[in-house]
Ligand binder design. Structure first.
Ligand code: PGA
Length: 270
């Protein structure tokens, strides 16, 4: 049987709630936001969820210092990485540079990078492979635009993205998270209906099972992203194949982000 295992949480049953700060917050603002979140973080989250702050590269050290100083269970992640190890790649950031700053997760293939920078599934797969080689969990983003959604072709589109974005990638070291983020729901205030998101999440897990076997597919975390707010997160977490959320705009306010985590943990325990 596919689907999330019931709590008590182990690696297979834990939620993943990640806040993608995108290109927001200067170093100082990011440190302040991380501190506010750390101050409000609740111990009981830790038994249910992995909670990850994903600031811009420039703030990774500051945010990881806050987490280390507070001895917090919060984790830090990055928004992108280079597929290359080192060398003449001006402006790029290697996986080694990220692990040196305690990054345990890294987003790859966000629709803003696919759309604005022309990243392909093959580019995403190369980055995911570099992360896996270092034991970092890739958060691979997939999702359809409005036209594909309106045609009813979401599942085929997303499943093809999963296959292409993980083609040939061994996920046994870092594990894997796949974030289903309908492009039309990102930053728009529109959200997918939970039953639609569940259908897509199930198809993602089945595709992972055919690529990696049932055990790895069960361990994979399938997230929903796109206008996640404190008031709607529980409905997604209640879906059997949705194991967490990738939160954009609402992760920039400590109160909203902490309410999302609390509500998600309550929904997972229910
Ligand atoms: P949003 O962004 O929550 O602001 O819609 C989600 C994302 O892009 O990861």
């Amino acid at each position: 049987m596919l689907g999330r295992r019931p709590l008590p949480a182990n690696d297979d049953g834990r939620l993943l709630i990640a806040g993608n700060w995108k290109m927001n917050k200067t170093y100082t603002q990011a440190v302040n936001l991380a501190q506010e979140i750390s101050d409000r973080a609740r111990r009981e989250w830790a038994s249910v969820a992995d909670v990850v702050l994903i600031p811009p590269f420039t703030a990774l050290r500051g945010v990881s210092n806050v987490i280390a100083f507070d001895r917090s269970f919060l984790r830090v992640g990055a928004q992108d990485c280079s597929p290359h190890q080192q060398g003449a790649f001006t402006g790029q950031i290697s996986v080694d540079m990220l692990t040196d700053l305690d990054c345990a997760y890294c987003i790859v293939g966000h629709s803003e990078r696919r759309g604005l920078l022309g990243e392909t599934d093959a580019d995403v797969a190369a980055k995911a492979a570099a992360l896996e080689a270092a034991g970092v969990t890739p958060i691979v983003c997939v999702g359809e635009d409005r036209e594909v959604y309106d045609r009813g072709a979401t599942v085929e589109h997303v499943v093809a993205q999963v296959a292409g974005s993980l083609g040939g990638v061994d996920i046994s070291t870092g594990g894997i998270a796949v974030a289903y983020e309908p492009i039309w729901a990102i930053g728009t205030g529109l959200v997918a209906a939970p039953d639609h998101a569940q259908r897509v999440a199930r198809a993602i897990r089945e595709r992972l099972a055919s690529m990696y076997g049932d055990q790895q597919a069960r361990r994979a975390r399938v997230l929903y992203g796109g206008s996640v707010k404190p008031g709607n997160v529980a409905a997604f977490i209640a879906c059997p194949d949705i194991d967490g959320a990738l939160v954009g705009g609402a992760s920039l306010k400590a109160d909203d982000f902490c309410s999302i985590v609390t509500n998600a943990c309550d929904a997972a325990r229910a």
